[in-house]
Design a protein around this ligand. Structure first.
Ligand code: ADE
Length: 231
């Protein structure tokens, strides 16, 4: 089993890479793939950069070149709805790309045209593993539900209302839906776990900077719990 760990930003993998016994670091597609052992498991940990294209390229390399058999994506997200506040955790059970729009052909917003699924479902075992681990992090609440992805940092109340009404989403971010899409095409189990860094409202960028360290601590703790519990 080789576990692929993807994060969009270098801050998020910094602590984890310090704990990892790195055998080699390969540069591919302008990304550094760190191959080695982490808490007793073979992993490849990589910072993919921001946005759907970076995330998709990275995921395909993990699958094709490193034979990753499971993929976990950790990072930050904007919270949707009043109950979800910065610091909280959202585990996706499915993802949709909110910026995919072929409604002119009669498709629903988010539908990848001519694909046999609307949403990309996370692996049930990985979701329940993540749920167990997150429930031990008592400092923050955790939620399970849909995450929406698009190439936009959202700082607009109307847009988050639309995410709620159209997709019933709990959080929005910029990579998970494309990682999910690539895993779906390759039949590789995956899960996306995000720490809420902002409420995706008009002050989104202000909360964002403040909550990055909390998100980093969350991601590292969650990954540790999950990797240790994995067979
Ligand atoms: N990641 C963290 N906050 C976000 C936001 N408001 N929109 C998109 N991606 C995010």
């Amino acid at each position: 089993m080789v576990l692929g760990i993807i994060s969009a930003m270098s801050e998020e993998l910094e602590l984890l890479l310090k704990e990892m016994d790195i055998e080699r670091t390969d540069k591919k597609a302008n990304m550094e793939f760190n191959y080695g052992t982490l808490w007793g498991k073979k992993v490849v940990a990589v910072v993919c950069g921001i946005g759907k294209v970076n995330a998709a390229v990275c995921t395909q390399i993990l699958i094709s070149e490193y034979k990753a058999s499971k993929i976990v994506n950790v990072g930050v997200a904007g919270g949707i709805g009043a109950e979800i506040v910065p610091g909280d955790l959202v585990i996706a059970n499915n993802l949709v790309q909110h910026d995919m729009d072929t409604t002119a052909f009669g498709d629903k917003h988010g539908q990848v045209p001519r694909l046999d699924t609307f949403d990309f479902k996370c692996d049930e075992e990985l979701v329940s593993l993540a749920k167990n681990v997150c429930s031990n992090i008592t400092k923050h609440k955790s939620f399970v539900g849909r995450i929406v992805t698009g190439d936009q940092f959202v700082a607009n109340v109307n847009k988050i209302r639309w995410f709620h009404e159209e997709f019933n989403a709990l959080a929005c971010e910029m990579e998970g839906g494309s990682i999910a899409h690539v895993c779906y095409l390759n039949h590789v189990p995956f899960v996306v776990i995000r720490s809420i860094s902002d409420n995706a409202n008009t002050g989104a960028h202000m909360d964002y900077e403040k909550f990055i360290p909390i998100a980093v601590e969350n991601s590292t703790n969650i990954l540790k719990g999950m990797v240790l519990a994995m067979k």
